[in-house]
Design a protein around this ligand. Sequence first.
Ligand SMILES: O=C(O)CCC(=O)C(=O)O
Length: 277
Amino acid sequence: MFPNESSSALTARANFERTGFHLLRPLFSSEESAAWRDRINAIFGLPAGDAAIPAIAGATHTLADGITTNREFWPIIFNERLLSAVRGLIGDNIRYTQHSDLHINLPGGRWHRDNACREFGVGQDWDERTEPYRVVRIAIYLSDYTDSGSSLAVLPGTHRRESRLGRYEYMLWNKAPTFMRKRGHNDKVPHWFITNPRRVIRTQPGDCVIFDQRLTHAGGTLGAQSPKYAMYLSYGIDNSHSRNHRSFFLDRPTYSRNLPTELKTKLAETNLLLAGI
Ligand SMILES: O=C(O)CCC(=O)C(=O)O
């Protein structure tokens, strides 16, 4: 599956298998990141450059499947560095599993997993007896932590294990935002975790985090002067786990059931089209 692998690729893959995530820093330069921010601004009818900051004024803008449905974002799907990094981590036979998003200022949120079967150990995502689960979420950040608060908190290893205590702690932290909101403190709960190590990735523009969809994670807390911009997409190896993942998201009304014909052709030509689409 991984012929002629270099020792750094081997190390990256071993780390990924252990922790459930990999940081590709940077995927895009600061100039490229600024151009992606402006394409996102255009999608939401916002002005380009710094003029977007007062126009956004702390509001949240999201577009589910924004990368799939807007051709100006398709170069990300076919980005050679990204594809090569993903292949190095999960195997050569990868496919585009959609599950894409464009976000400005999506608030921190709770600890969660992005896979179809979110409770640890329950459901087909956790059954690897016949086929390995190799579906990854790609999170590309276009903002700097220092002026936007943009970060991603992850609980390394939670794609493979979760203690009973960890489950209780997870539920407890996820009740805390509701408790705080009722008292008028929106999104003021920090993303702590005691029973599992925690890693907070404070982003720089162009950072890309590749993570197992089963990894427990949460977006960081916002509230700084600049907006947080992020783009997401997904790949998986060509097996039933990837098909289940895509189907799970396509059941949501916001994701596109039909791929644009031109994208479908390009995915087929580059061997990235998931069987059955
Ligand atoms: O805000 C973030 O970076 C994380 C978003 C997230 O957790 C998700 O889209 O599943």
